[in-house]
Design a protein around this ligand. Structure first.
Ligand code: ADP
Ligand code: TZD
Ligand code: MG
Length: 559
């Protein structure tokens, strides 16, 4: 290539050659023209109101497609706003590349004081899987290839790509040929498990009387549903899906024992972790039968023995693991015993009956379960719909109530339990899939990124946001005994979040009963238009920290 090109053009060229088509971002100095240029070159650019939402949209894109999502930010403050979401994506193993414009090195490195000047490259490093800076335009193609590899191979995660303003605008010397690498679709550099590990895992399974599978979002990220399904259909081993693994197999599958969680944990004698870390979400394994033997499939060898001894590690890419494991368990004739399955089924039935009662018992003001029922029914009737959720009680109750029927159709607060991911995830999901999205939001959770309703309306996305408005973080009824200031957890229970949608031309509903919610939800959903439903929930409902109140330090405060 000898004609004159800028760094920006080389970047866009490399992104496009690698099949990356969408950019989520917020523009300003020094990336505005870069976004224009990308848009005019045939890429799609989606402008957000805050960078964390843009990076969340890109992370959702990575989670759904397996290709890294792309986000674009301005320097220092835009970069820092985006960095939190890059760190979250990295925690959640979602492949995403955050590209930020930055100041020129000679100003930053001598601390000479620049407009939005910050040593972004070095600051980003501890918060993402890999960080790269591009100092010469001819390296753009190489940088993009490195960023894609880092984001998608091994344990996927967030990558930071630092673009100093002078590299973006630099014109390539016409005598230099730029590097460019195209990563082939079928070239994911997949790690295979050792044969001996597979044989040992099969031996452990052979001895099991009460085996259990825990499916984690690693299986969703790996797009491993075919291998997982074959394994479960062959062995009949019951499974419990973590929240973002719901739908790998339909939640109403016979083998799903989500409704018998405590029993399955306390009784299982072999537990197989399939792309699920033994972290706080699984109580570090402390609620498992203490004599249970553990098998763990994970692409990251560091994860093995993180909290409990793993008897049989299966380190490798999940699809490669199932390619080996499935014929091996077939050959060994591994099958879960009917007694074990019957015991779990009995517990499941008992808990289903309890749940049914909660869902249908009328109460006024409306409670969480009554409000979840119409959403549950809508998703059952429309299983292609994606569900995004965040909050505390709203998140926890919704996770148990709303069944998911297809892989990767639920995105939520994830490993850190973060608020403020919902609207970004919903936008990225609607754009990448073209499907409808129902966002199930706590009123506090919605407040973190609620202004993205403007983005949703501007882009005419089919996103229905249901806000569980109980007027608080966890609960809206608390009074501050020490004075007239609202209590720390108090928000405005009378707030009309639906009006925000109206302000930007979306549909708006204020509902107080499950019947009103059902009508509004179906109308909004069927219209395919952006909508906010303000669902008024009894402010006296809602447990402190939802299902994880035990993690709060005890200070003896009465509330
Ligand atoms: P959950 O929160 O659903 O329990 P985690 O996020 O804790 O799941 O765990 C996901 C795990 O999946 C991580 O340890 C990650 O290394 C692993 N993982 C991600 N992609 C793959 C893959 N392609 N093959 C195997 N393991 C994977
Ligand atoms: N800030 C961030 C970024 N993430 C967080 N998880 C929190 C603060 C703390 N937090 C929770 O862990 S849940 C939650 C907060 C503020 C909101 C819960 O209230 P909600 O849901 O209205 O969203 P419910 O239904 O009232 O429980
Ligand atoms: Mg609330």
């Amino acid at each position: 290539m000898t004609q004159q090109v800028t760094g920006a053009e080389l970047l866009i060229d490399a992104l496009k050659k690698n099949g990356l088509k969408n950019i989520y971002g917020v523009v300003g100095i020094p990336v505005t023209d870069l976004a224009r240029m990308a848009q005019r070159s045939g890429m799609r650019y989606f402008g957000f109101r805050r960078e964390d939402s843009a990076v969340n949209a890109a992370a959702a894109s990575g989670f759904l497609t397996g290709k890294p999502g792309l986000a674009l930010t301005v320097s220092a403050p835009g970069f820092l706003n985006g960095l939190v979401a890059l760190a979250e994506a990295t925690k959640n193993c979602m492949p995403v590349i955050m590209i930020s414009g930055s100041s020129e090195r000679h100003i930053i490195d001598l601390n000479r004081g620049d407009y939005e000047g910050l040593d972004q490259y070095n600051i980003a490093k501890p918060f993402c899987k890999a960080a790269y800076r591009v100092d010469r335009p001819e390296d753009m193609g190489l940088a993009v290839a490195r960023a894609i590899r880092s984001a998608t191979t091994g344990r996927p995660g967030g990558v930071y790509l630092d673009l100093p303003a002078d590299t973006i605008g630099a014109i390539l010397d016409e005598n230099i040929d730029p590097e460019s690498t195209i990563i082939k679709e079928d070239d994911p550099a997949k790690m295979r498990p050792a044969k001996a590990e597979v044989a040992h895992a099969v031996d452990v399974l052979k001895q099991a009387k009460k085996p259990l599978i825990i499916l984690g979002k690693g299986a969703s990220i790996a797009h491993a549903e075919d291998g997982v399904r074959e394994f479960i259909e062959t062995t009949k081993i019951p499974y419990l899906p973590m929240s973002m693994a719901k739908g790998l197999l339909p939640d109403d599958s016979e083998a799903c024992v989500a409704a018998a969680r405590s029993l399955s944990f306390s009784e299982a004698d072999v537990i197989m972790l399939v792309g699920a870390r033994l972290n706080w979400m699984l109580s570090h394994g402390n609620k498992f039968n203490p004599n249970a033997k553990l098998i763990q499939i994970d692409v990251d060898p560091d994860e093995i023995d993180s909290n409990k001894k793993i008897e049989a590690p299966l380190v490798g890419d999940m699809n490669a693991v199932f390619e080996e494991l499935n014929p091996a368990v077939k050959k060994a004739g591994i099958k879960a015993s009917q007694d074990w399955l019957d015991a779990l089924k009995a517990k499941k039935d008992e808990n289903f009956a309890k749940m049914q009662k909660r869902l249908t018992t009328p109460r006024s003001p409306m409670g969480y379960y009554g409000a979840m029922r119409p959403i549950k029914e809508l998703i059952r009737k429309n299983p292609d719909t994606y569900v995004v959720s965040e909050g505390a009680n709203t998140l926890d109750i919704g996770r148990n109530v709303i069944d998911i029927f297809k892989p990767r159709h639920r995105l939520d607060s994830g490993t850190w339990g973060v608020m403020g991911v919902g609207l970004g995830y919903a936008i990225g999901t609607a754009i990448e899939t073209g499907e409808k999205v129902v966002c199930v939001e706590g009123d506090s959770a919605f407040g973190f990124d609620g202004m993205e309703i403007e983005t949703i309306c501007r882009l005419h996305l089919p996103i229905t946001i249901v806000i569980f408005n109980n007027g608080g973080i966890y609960n809206g009824a608390e009074k501050n005994p020490a004075g007239s200031d609202p209590a720390p957890i108090t928000l405005d229970a009378k707030g009309r979040y639906d009006k925000l949608s109206e302000a930007f031309g979306g549909l708006a509903y204020d509902v107080k009963t499950p019947e009103e919610l059902d009508k509004a939800l179906n109308e909004a959903y069927n219209s395919g238009k952006p909508a906010i439903i303000n669902a008024v929930i009894d402010p006296a409902l809602g447990k402190e920290s939802g299902h994880i109140g035990n993690l709060n330090p005890k200070l003896g405060i009465k509330h």
